[in-house]
Design a protein around this ligand. Structure first.
Ligand code: HEM
Length: 148
């Protein structure tokens, strides 16, 4: 009995850490594209240099949050093996898309740094919507667990 209780308690600790770092990750996923919106419309050198510093530092923090959210998420899979639950299969597909978006942000940070940004502020406003849609879908899947 004590073993099962211990396992449940450690799963809850891991899930709490999973959610904490997921929030950190999303803070960056929401704010970095917003910086891209303003940076794309910025035409003065001091402003350009300031955005580069903010984007580089925010990307580093967001990557740490994302890596830890994924690490604790993968650890939680231990209690869901084999992965037969439909909600979890769909969730993992959405998370793979989110990781792809994360690395697209890295490419954009580097394009701005090389002065090679090709997109308008309007493009980045639409680009900024994607993480919000994924967040709503993933949290509803993880909490409501449709299809079991
Ligand atoms: C590779 C990445 C991820 C994996 C492997 C993963 C895996 C999991 C697993 C297995 C659970 C269920 C834990 C339990 O047994 O109760 C869980 C819970 C949860 N996950 Fe993730 N997750 C990942 C990424 C994310 C992301 C990106 C989000 C947010 C958008 C997220 C939000 C949540 C939430 C809110 C819960 C708690 C649901 C509840 O207990 O009601 N996860 N995750």
């Amino acid at each position: 009995m004590a073993g099962a209780h211990q396992s449940e308690l450690s799963m809850l600790w891991i899930k709490a850490l999973h959610i904490i770092f997921m929030v950190t990750w999303f803070a960056g996923l929401f704010y970095l594209p917003r910086l891209f919106v303003y940076h794309a419309d910025c035409h003065d050198e001091p402003g350009h240099r300031r955005f580069l510093i903010m984007e580089r530092k925010l990307y580093a923090i967001m990557t740490l949050g994302g890596a830890l959210a994924v690490f604790f998420g993968l650890w939680l899979l231990r209690w869901h093996w084999p992965l037969t639950e439909t909600w979890l299969q769909i969730k993992l597909l959405l998370v793979v898309a989110l990781i792809g978006y994360h690395f697209w942000c890295r490419r954009l940070v580097r394009q701005f740094a090389r002065g090679k940004n090709r997109h308008s502020g309007i493009f980045y406003r639409w680009f900024n919507e994607f993480p919000a849609l994924v967040l709503v879908a993933v949290v509803l899947l993880a909490v409501l667990r449709p299809g079991g």
